[in-house]
Design a protein around this ligand. Structure first.
Ligand code: C5P
Length: 235
């Protein structure tokens, strides 16, 4: 995926997403479409984005039996998606099935979601995992690399350790970023392991996913350009 900054289209309708896409125009090269928008708007929206020359990160967060994961990955590839996510916690079998299914689609990258950024070590303990989030992220990233995944999704503060562990090639995609001064996030909450997009990229992330900092900004184009320019206001 060429654009380092991926804008998350977290909207509940085709119309709302389409308005933002029209507003951003050429300023945005890549969008993330998640389960909310996919369920509300359907796959036609993904086809439309791809037809207009945008890259699409289809954030399906697959956690299923390997055959079903493979089928969903093929469907994502057929839509023209550039990235798709599978839960690393599902283990080697489903990651390998996703990688195998993606072979038909040379542009499609399989990303393993390590630990959802809103989870704490306490949340992991609740589901029977004694490791800290840091340990668990690294363990799952190692597993994902062995299964042949193209990269991982993790929190910004994990980017540096992941880059050291994985080496230069794999993709490291970090959502959960916030801009300076944006500490309150409203109903979605989370951000427990947040960081700025620039810190994440400097630490070795290949891509950052930015949602509300752009989509709810008074001037989304200016917000996106500021992020892409490394934090300097730009014209
Ligand atoms: O918070 P923001 O609006 O930038 O979220 C954009 C995307 O990043 C969301 O679609 C969500 O999947 C992801 N996210 C995350 N962890 C957070 C916040 C958001 O993974 N703490």
């Amino acid at each position: 995926m060429d654009s380092q900054v991926i804008v998350a289209l977290d909207f509940d309708s085709h119309r709302a997403a389409g308005e933002l896409v029209a507003r951003l125009g050429d300023a945005c090269g890549a969008y993330k479409v998640g389960l909310e928008l996919l369920t509300a708007a359907g796959p036609g929206l993904v086809r439309e984005l791809v037809a207009r020359g945008h890259e699409v990160f289809l954030d399906l967060k697959l956690f299923e039996i390997p055959d079903s994961v493979a089928g969903a990955v093929r469907s994502a590839g057929a839509l023209g998606a550039s990235m798709v996510t599978v839960h690393a916690m599902g283990g080697t079998g489903i990651m390998a099935a996703a990688v195998e299914a993606a072979r038909e689609f040379p542009r499609l990258k399989v990303l393993a979601l390590t630990v959802v950024t809103s989870m704490t070590s306490g949340d992991l303990a609740d589901v029977g995992i004694a490791s800290s989030t840091d340990e668990q992220v690294l363990r799952l990233a190692r597993l994902a690399a062995r299964a042949g995944c193209d990269g991982v999704v993790a929190a910004p503060r994990e980017a540096a350790a992941l880059r050291t562990l994985l080496g230069p090639q794999p993709l490291i995609v970090t959502p959960g970023v916030t801009l300076p001064g944006e500490t309150q996030r409203g109903p979605r909450g989370g951000e427990v392991r947040a960081g700025t997009p620039w810190a994440a990229l400097a630490d070795g992330a290949s891509h950052v996913v930015v949602g509300r900092s752009v989509t709810r900004a008074p001037d989304p184009v200016a917000a996106l350009r500021r992020i892409a320019a490394g934090g300097q206001p730009c014209g």
